[in-house]
Design a protein around this ligand. Sequence first.
Ligand code: SRM
Ligand code: SF4
Length: 555
Amino acid sequence: MSETKNLSPVERIKTKSDGLRGSLKESLDEPITGALYDDDQTLIKFHGLYQQDDRDRREERSSKKLEWLYSYMVRLRLPGGFLLPKQWEGLHEIADQYSTGVIKVTTRQTLQLHGIIKSHIKPSLQQFDLLKLDAIAACGDVNRNVICSAHPKQSALHETIFAYADKISSLALPKTNAYYEIWLDKEKIGSSETEKDPLYQDRYLPRKFKIAIAIPPNNDSDIFANDIGLIAIIKNNQLIGFNIAAGGGLSSTHGNTNTYARLATMLGFVATEEQLLKAVYEIITIQRDYGNRGDRKLARLKYTMDTMGVDAFKKELAIRCGFELAEAAPYEFTERKDYYGWHQNHEGKWYYTLFIENGRITDTETTQLKTACYEVAKTGKANYRFTCNQNLILADILPEHKASIEAILVQYGVITHTDDASAIRKNSMACVAFNTCPLALAEAQRYLPTLITKIEPILAKYKLLSEEITIRMTGCPNGCGRSPLAEIGLIGTAYGYYNLHIGGDRNGERLNKEYKQHLNETEILAALDDLFSNYAKARNPAETFGDFVIRLNLV
Ligand code: SRM
Ligand code: SF4
C-alpha cells in the first residue's frame, strides 16, 4: 500500500477539505484580491476550475505594485465530447459575457473558457447549469473527462460504444455535493460524514486519472497516453468486448530522470459490461491504495504499475475483481485522425469536420469560425462533437438540412479554411501554454501556426507537402498536446527554445525520442530541412516520416 508518512501537502488539503469544500465560499467572498486562499487554489481544480494569471502582464503589474491579473479557466465535463445546439448557443453567450471569448477545444474532447474573473465564476457556472452542463471533476486528483473516438461514421456500433464514456464517467464521479452548494447555491446537502465515497474516500487519488476509449482502426483518442485505454473489439459487426490497457502517461520533467513518458500496457480482454466496469473501478482502487502520495511527480498510475511490476499489478487486479482478464483480442490501428469535410454515416446523416487550429474557436479577418458555429447552433440542425485532435464535428445533420448548414460554413469562410490548410497543419496540435498556463516554459498554440507557415515551404521544396506528418508542440514536457506521441514533437525548454523529438509512429503506438536539444527557430528549421531532404531521397514507398526515422536509426 502507499506510503502514509511524508505525504505531499496536497494530501492534507484533500483530507481536510470536508468533501472538497475547503474555504472556497470565503475565498470567493474575499473582496481585496482576485485570487483564492492557497489551499482553495488546489481544491478549485476538483470543481473544473484553475486559478491563473495573465503571464503577458506579470512584469507590468509587478512594476506598478499591483497583484497579478488573476482570472479563472473553466473546463467542462463532457464525456465523449458532445453538445446539443442549444447548449452551444448558451456556451457561446457565456463565453462572450464572462471570458476572453475564445472557446478552446481541448485534447481531451472538451471545452475550456479562460479569463473569467473571480466574481464571474458563479454566474458562469450557474448559466452552465441551466444548460445542464457542469465542470465537476474535469480537473483534480480524480478521474477526468472520459474520451472516446469521435467519428460516428466509422461504425453502426459507434453510439453503443460512445455510451460507455458516460457510464464510466458516472461510475468514477466523486460523491460530494460541494459543487452544488458552492457554485449553485444549493442548500448544504451533505458533509464528508454523510457523503461516503467508497471509491475516493476522503483522500481521492494520488494524482489525476484519465480514461479513453478507441474504436479500431482509428486511435484518434490516443488511448496509450491514458491511465486506462479501452479498445472496443468488434467482430462480425457486433461489439464483443474491450481490451484493457493501463499505465499510460506522457509527462516528464526536464532534468528529473525518474520521470518518463510511458505507453499503456495491454492487460487483457473483458467480454461483458459488468466485467468492464468492475475492472475499470478496481484499477482505480489499486491506484488509490498503492499510488505514491509523497512525490506528485511520481504519483501517476504508470509509476505505480512499474513499481509493483506488471505481473503483480495484474494479480492484484484479479483478486480485487474476482476474475482474471482474458488474453487481449487481436485489433489493428491504422490511423489516428479526423476526417475533415463532409461525410455521411450509415443512417444517411451528414457530418462536417471543421479544422480548428489548436482548438481555438474564434473569429479572424479571414475566417469567422466562432460566428459560423453560433449561426449553425441557432438553426438547431446540427449537434456538436469534439475530437481528441482539438477539432469540431457538426454532427447528425439530416440530408434536407445539409445545404443550409453548408451555406453558413461558406459564408463565414469555414470551408475554405478547412480545405486550404496543408496536410501537416491539419495534423498539428499545440497545448495552451502562454499566456495562461502557469507551467509554460515556451509558447505553443500562439506560435505553432507561424512555425508551420515556415515549415510548409521546406516540405514543398522536397515535394512532401501532401504528407500527413504529425507535428505537436507543447510549452513544457507535461505533454498536454501529446507531443511525445507525434512524428515530430517540439517540447519547450525556455522562451523561444524547444527540444526536437522525432520517430513517433502515425497511429500513436510508439513514443518519439529526443533528437536535438534546446533549439531556436532557425535551428529547428535547419534540422527539419535536413531530415526532410533525407526522407525525400531515401524513404521506402508509402513509408511514414516517423517510420523512416526509426529505420535509419536517427534517434
Ligand atoms: Fe494538461 C496541466 C492544459 C491535456 C498532462 N494542463 C495542465 C494545466 C492545467 C496547467 C496547470 O496545471 O496549471 C494546463 C492549463 C493550460 C490552460 O491555460 O488552459 C493544461 N492539458 C491542458 C489542455 C487544455 C491542453 C490543450 O491545449 O488542449 C488539455 C486539457 C485536457 C482536458 O480537457 O482535460 C490537456 N494534459 C493533457 C494531456 C493530453 C491527454 O490527456 O490526452 C496530458 C498528457 C497525458 C498525461 O496525462 O500524461 C496532460 N497537464 C498534464 C500534466 C502532467 C501530468 C503528469 O503526469 O505529471 C500537467 C501538470 C500537472 O498535472 O501537474 C498538466
Ligand atoms: Fe502548460 Fe505544459 Fe500543459 Fe502546455 S504542456 S498546457 S505548457 S502544462
